[in-house]
Structures are given as C-alpha cells and as structure tokens.
Ligand binder design. Structure first.
Ligand SMILES: *Cc1c(COP(=O)(O)O)cnc(C)c1O
Length: 375
C-alpha cells in the first residue's frame, strides 16, 4: 500500500505570494526603506564577528534585551521567534489541544486560521460589521457561547487598517481572563499607531502580544518576531520553541538596528508620512470619481481600498509592473517611497478616468450604468 498524505495536507496549497519582478512592490506591507549606508556598515560589522561554527544563542538574549530596551519593557517577558509566523505556529500547536476551539475574526490575518488548522484546532470565525469594525462585547459573547479556549486577533488589523483602542483591548483581555481564555494579540503594525498594550501585558494571566521586525523595523529579510507575555506564559513559549530557532546573523543584525533609536524613529516617521500621503491621494481620487473608490483612514503602513473593479484594476497595475495585494472584495496598498506613491496614484487616476469614459460609452449604447461599490 502506498503512503497517503494526511487529509489536512492534501487540502493544502503552498503559500503563493506574487512571484516575479515588479518595478514597484506594494503588496506585502514591507518597509520601503533600506538601511542607510551607516546602518548597513554596522550590520555587516556585527556579522563579521559571528562564530560561524557555533550554534546561535538559544535564548537570543542580546537581541531580546535590545528589543525590550527600545520598547521600555522587561526583557524577562520576551521570546524571539523566526518571524512572528513561527510564534503563531508554536502558540497554535502548544497552547491548545487538538479539537479545541479558537476564535478569529474576518477579515483578519489569514495565518491564524492556517496554523490553527495545522494544529487540528476547530476555528470559529466572527464576521466583522459592514464598516469592518467589530464590537468587543460581541466577540466576548461569541467566545463564551462557543466555548473557545483562545482568541487570535491582529491590532491594528491587517488588512482593514482599523484598530481597537487600548482600553477596549484591556477590557477584553480582563473579561477573557475571567473565563480562562487566552488572548493572542498581534501588534505587527503597532509601531504606526499609539495604542499598544505592551506596558500592561504582564498584568494579565492570559495575554500574549506578538511584534515583528518585518514591518516598521524594515527587516523582513532576516525573519524575526517577538512574543511578549507574563513570566509563566513566557517560560512555556521558551520551552515549546525549537532551541536554535533564531539564527546568529538575524540576532546580530536586529540588535544593531534595535539599539539605534534615532535611526528607527526616523524610519517610522518617514513611513507614517508615506501612509498619510497615500491615504490623502486616494481620498482625492475617491472624491474625483464618486462611488468608484472607498477608502478607510489607516493607522498602519498600508491603505485598505474597495472599488467595484478590484480584479481588473489589480491586473492592469500588474501589467504596468506595479504589485498591490488583491483580496477579492478589497485591495491593500502598502505605503511606498514618495515616488512609488506618486506613480501608483497617477495610475489609479488613469484607470478610473478610462473606466468613466467606457461606462459613459456603455451607458449610451447598452443602457447599463455602473453604480459603484457603496459599502
Ligand atoms: C506581516 C505580519 C506579520 C509578520 O510576520 P513575520 O513572520 O514576523 O514576518 C505578523 N502579523 C501580521 C498581522 C502581519 O501582517
């Protein structure tokens, strides 16, 4: 008898990011900034000092300290992972038992349900309202009535760029704690907003925060994420992870970046400015082409957009060598360099101008008129 893949593997398809070279990449929410010359030299210098024949520090002590110092928290609460993706996988596999229920919201980061499925957990999904917000009280009720053991959320949310404010998060964490439910809160984009609950995390017995170096820190290439939680949860994370999960080069490079506050603050300021410029530009277009474009005020480094022509627009931009993220009912555009933003805004203008002409034409000839997406 031949070997059979398990059912859960048979149902899987490999993660499929956009392959190929594009002139402008605004599809993965990466930072548009490269380390400057000075920073790059310091990074290379730190790599040159690595003992390449030795395993990395299993506790990633130095980089966890640099992370904790930058954010002003206790380093004893920090666990490093090979990207926060690895940490989500560890959490799904080790903090819950097969068949238990976890709650996610939709739309949200797809990896929560992916790793939950691999860990053979049962996912309960709460749909967000039509304005893409959700009510924490409703989430709590759902968590209780469905008897879940954990809740996974990004805050602020990828892809909607909406967030729950600090007091709402803490209220939710407290209520879930009363019911013995773990709250895994992914603050991947919190460097672009000011509602982090990092300072309060140790006061909760059921709260695990995730942070990443892939977005505001600008180091997606090196794969580094952090979990922050009280000492009991941290010890469990440390015990459950594989010993040498973060390699020495990653530890060295991230330490250099995290120790340079002026550099990071400057990067984050530029990215926030870019996000504002992109948002303002798209808002102008949504006024110029009423009913065609819907855009939300962002608190992250990307802008969430709905149009009545998502697929067509996405494909047309790809033809111009511009990659954004197509997500069916909506599009997600990462804030790029000033030039990249300018170019994408110009292309959007061209697209909707042409569309308007075609519609007018169709309207005259076939009597149909596109009303746009008013959601
Ligand atoms: C990009 C992103 C991450 C980062 O994952 P890494 O594995 O650290 O690169 C985590 N969570 C969300 C919601 C993200 O969008």
């Amino acid at each position: 008898m031949a070997y059979q893949l398990t059912q859960k593997l048979r149902d899987l398809t490999p993660y499929d990011p956009l392959a190929g070279k594009f002139k402008i990449r605004l599809d993965a929410n990466e930072s548009f900034l490269q380390p400057d010359k000075h920073m790059k030299a310091k990074m290379l210098e730190s790599i040159s000092k690595i003992e390449f024949n030795r395993y990395p520090d299993p506790t990633a002590r130095t980089v966890c300290h640099a992370f904790a110092d930058y954010y002003g928290i206790n380093p004893a609460l920090v666990t490093a992972g090979n990207g926060s993706d690895e940490l989500i996988s560890i959490l799904a596999n080790c903090f819950f038992a097969k068949g238990e229920k976890v709650l996610t919201v939709s739309p949200d980061f797809s990896m929560y349900r992916f790793y939950s499925m691999l860990a053979e957990l049962d996912s309960v999904v709460m749909q967000k309202e039509s304005d893409l917000t959700f009510c924490p009280e409703k989430l709590l009720q759902k968590a209780i009535s469905e008897n879940v053991v954990g809740v996974l959320l990004s805050n602020p949310c990828n892809p909607t760029s909406h967030g729950l404010e600090k007091n709402q998060v803490l209220w939710l964490a407290g209520k879930l704690s009363e019911k013995g439910i773990l709250l895994i809160l992914d603050e991947a984009y919190m460097d672009f907003w000011n509602q982090s609950v990092l300072p309060q995390v140790a006061e909760y017995d059921n709260l695990i925060l995730l942070r990443t170096c892939s977005k505001a820190i600008g180091l997606a290439a090196i794969r580094l994420g952090f979990a922050v939680a009280n000492p009991t949860l941290t010890q469990a994370m440390q015990s459950a992870k594989s010993p040498y999960n973060v390699n020495s080069m990653t530890q060295a490079v991230a330490t250099v970046a995290l120790e340079d506050r002026a550099y990071l603050d400057h990067c984050m300021m530029q990215i926030k400015q870019s996000r504002e410029d992109l948002f303002v530009g798209i808002t102008h277009l949504s006024q110029k082409y009423p009913n065609e474009i819907m855009v939300h005020k962002p608190v992250t480094n990307f802008v969430f957009v709905k149009t009545g022509h998502n697929q067509e627009l996405f494909g047309w931009l790809l033809d111009q060598s511009v990659a954004i993220r197509y997500m069916g009912e909506y599009l997600r555009i990462t804030a790029g360099s000033p030039d990249e933003n300018q170019e994408v805004l110009q292309l959007l203008d061209v697209f909707f101008k042409r569309l308007g002409k075609e519609e007018k034409h169709e309207n005259n000839s076939a009597g149909t008129q596109y009303k746009g997406n008013k959601n």
